[in-house]
Design a protein around this ligand. Structure first.
Ligand code: ADP
Ligand code: MG
Length: 213
């Protein structure tokens, strides 16, 4: 079964829940190598998305919901992560516009566009200790899962697992982008907060897809 607008709504609701649940953890991660606002930034942004979801028409497409989420994040989150996630979701929305349901290839197209949006906006490369280090393995895993015949939910599950592995793998890195880059070697031993939140958001997408299947 493809993933429709109701799935996208469930994804955004699950994202708001997971961000609220891990708010303090994301704040703590960002306090260690940034300014301590990452959990607060995302909680503010996703909390602003949730009430708007109720106003969406029953035939809203995944692209409609992703665009609503993108514009809300861009307008409510002041930190770097607002424009980064906003651009990711906006590019994802454009990539799947016109589809009422996403199949496995549609999910790959959506994730690829989101990754490309983050890179376009932030100019970070793999290994710079940013959320790109979660998005890149997530897309690679999604491509491989779709090629081996996974369902849309299976593709998202593979992406979320790889994103978490990517987040864990940021720990030994020195940061080359964002606030953590000011710390030099002192960033070593700390996980990048944006990579961790990317893993949570993709896990929320997979959980919503499993529930829809
Ligand atoms: P701010 O850094 O403005 O306080 P947040 O704390 O909300 O914003 O977000 C920090 C996260 O944003 C970092 O952990 C990192 O993952 C991500 N980030 C910062 N700069 C970049 C960039 N240039 N490219 C990709 N991701 C970035
Ligand atoms: Mg911060």
């Amino acid at each position: 079964m493809g993933l429709d607008g109701a799935w996208a709504i469930a994804w955004m609701q699950a994202s708001a829940e997971v961000v609220a649940e891990h708010r303090v953890e994301l704040i703590t991660l960002d306090r260690e190598i940034g300014d301590g606002d990452h959990g607060e930034n995302l909680d503010r942004g996703f909390s602003a998305i949730v009430p708007k979801l109720a106003d969406q028409p029953a035939d809203a497409s995944p692209a409609d919901i992703l665009k609503l989420a993108a514009t809300t994040l861009i307008s409510t989150v002041g930190g770097a992560s607002g424009p980064l996630y906003g651009t990711a979701l906006l590019k994802a929305s454009i990539a799947v516009s016109g589809s009422t349901e996403l199949d496995a290839d549609g999910v790959v197209a959506m994730l690829t566009a989101a990754h490309d949006g983050v890179v376009l906006r932030g100019k970070a490369e793999s290994g710079d200790k940013t959320m790109v280090d979660a998005w890149t393995p997530a897309v690679d895993a999604a491509v491989a899962a779709a090629a081996s015949g996974a369902t849309p939910a299976g593709v998202l599950d593979a992406a979320a697992t790889a994103a978490l592995e990517g987040a864990v793998a940021t720990e030994p890195l020195v940061a080359r982008k964002g606030r953590a880059s000011y710390l030099g070697e002192r960033a070593i031993g700390h996980r990048d907060p944006g990579a961790q939140s990317t893993a949570y958001l993709l896990r929320a997408a997979a959980t919503a897809a499993e529930a829809a299947a």
